[in-house]
Write a protein that binds this ligand. Structure first.
Ligand code: XIL
Length: 396
């Protein structure tokens, strides 16, 4: 028992006294459970490693940050970021609707905060995202009569937005998701307003504008479900087209909104190899593993939504041991692929920091309790965390 207590103490970073024992009995019992769950699946727990340290020879480790964290209202999450991440991506505040909600009216306060947060800590800051069909106000695509805007006007709006935003953070934001989600599942171009008004060359034009605004920034194409062959082929075609036109593109971000059973490690591997084969950097940009059941196939298609039903929310308090272990094994399988191809991967970014604030609690179904990240609702490392750490040490 004394040994177990000191082990729990080490795991939780909380000194255990008689008083705290009675006060936080639930927390302790839960940790004991996690501890045994870890032993059960053969991953060494009680490891207080820092992810960025553990993977320092492999790739950067990043997280998407919300404004609450950045502005000091979630200090425990901020402490996790400082300890584990050397790269950050703003989860929302650099999207068009936040930066330019009305024509010519830029609002930079929240974006400035995230940049300052990263600069102060010497982190690699990623700008997300310049051109996307979602979280872009409808005025962008309309003329003063509410009719679809013409190509010339839209190109001008695109240029103004990109040069103002990229110019403002020149030298501080080191890489930009220039275009996000331009493709359909079958690899064809998504019929977004960008595509319909400007045509397919909106992608190349956006990259050219971004390069002009900060010639030293890295420029990325970012999308989800690139692990599926048809969509991956679409992205390869799109990237090759940019390269043929001598437009700067440094890398491709595969978002990594995964499920327990999709994609297979082989699909992930093929995706990394395919983009690296074009001489591009590869990044996992929005990693999380959805553990909840789904009744529609969404990919990470943000427009998809379904109604809340209790059977779609089976773990409202905590994840049962078998699922916790399944998630740990899943993360280990993924990171084994990332580590194997570390020479091709520059960064692995999680979409969030801890389960309590993951977007997957509200998408595609509002108000569920999801458990997709490495830190739980009490900011504690989960068995999946320890499993990931082990993959760097190659003790499997
Ligand atoms: C999500 C955010 O996490 C949510 O807070 C927001 O309500 C919607 O957008 N692909 C992307 C991200 O590129 O920008 C999305 O982020 C998740 C899917």
């Amino acid at each position: 028992m004394p040994h177990l207590l000191s082990e729990i103490q080490r795991l939780t970073h909380h000194p255990i006294t008689m008083k705290s024992m009675s006060m936080s009995r639930m927390a302790i019992l839960r940790t004991m459970f996690l501890f045994s769950a870890c032993i059960g699946i053969g991953f060494a727990c009680g490891d207080d490693s820092s992810l960025k340290e553990v993977f320092r020879h492999h790739f950067m480790i990043g997280g998407a940050l919300n404004d609450e964290l950045v502005s000091g209202k979630d200090p425990q999450a901020a402490a996790l970021v400082e300890r584990h991440f050397n790269s950050i991506t703003p989860e929302n505040v650099m999207k068009w609707e936040h930066l330019q909600p009305e024509p010519g009216k830029f609002t930079f306060e929240a974006a400035d905060r995230v940049v300052e947060f990263g600069v102060k800590r010497g982190m690699f800051i990623v700008g997300h995202t310049l051109i996307w069909h979602h979280q872009t106000p409808s005025w962008v695509f309309q003329d003063s009569n509410g009719k679809p805007v013409d190509r010339k006007t839209l190109l001008k709006r695109m240029k103004d937005h990109i040069s103002t935003v990229v110019g403002r953070y020149r030298g501080k934001v080191r890489g930009w998701d220039v275009v996000n989600e331009a493709l359909n599942e079958d690899g064809s171009m998504r019929q977004s307003s960008w595509m319909m008004v400007i045509g397919e060359d909106y992608v190349a034009t956006a990259f050219a504008y971004a390069h002009e605004a900060d010639p030293s920034a890295e420029l990325y194409y970012n999308d989800f479900s690139l692990e599926n062959e048809p969509k991956r082929h679409g992205a390869l075609r799109l990237v090759k087209d940019l390269q043929a036109r001598k437009i700067r593109i440094d890398g491709v971000g595969t978002q990594g909104h995964y499920k327990l059973d999709w994609p297979s490690p082989a699909q992930v591997e093929q995706t990394i190899e395919a983009f690296a084969g074009l001489g591009l950097g590869v990044m996992i940009t929005e990693l999380d593993v959805d553990v909840l059941p789904y009744d529609i196939e969404t990919g990470a298609e943000i427009s998809m939504r379904t109604e809340f039903r209790a059977e779609l929310n089976p773990y409202p308090t905590s994840l049962p041991p078998d699922k916790e272990q399944e998630l740990a094994r899943r993360y280990a399988d993924l990171f084994r692929v990332f580590v194997k191809h570390a020479d091709k991967i520059s960064r692995v970014t999680f979409w969030g920091v801890y389960d309590g604030r993951s977007w997957l609690n509200d998408w595609p179904v509002r108000g569920r309790t999801n458990h997709p990240l490495l830190f739980d609702r009490s900011y504690r490392p989960k068995p999946a965390f320890f499993a990931v750490v082990q993959t760097a040490r190659k003790i499997h």
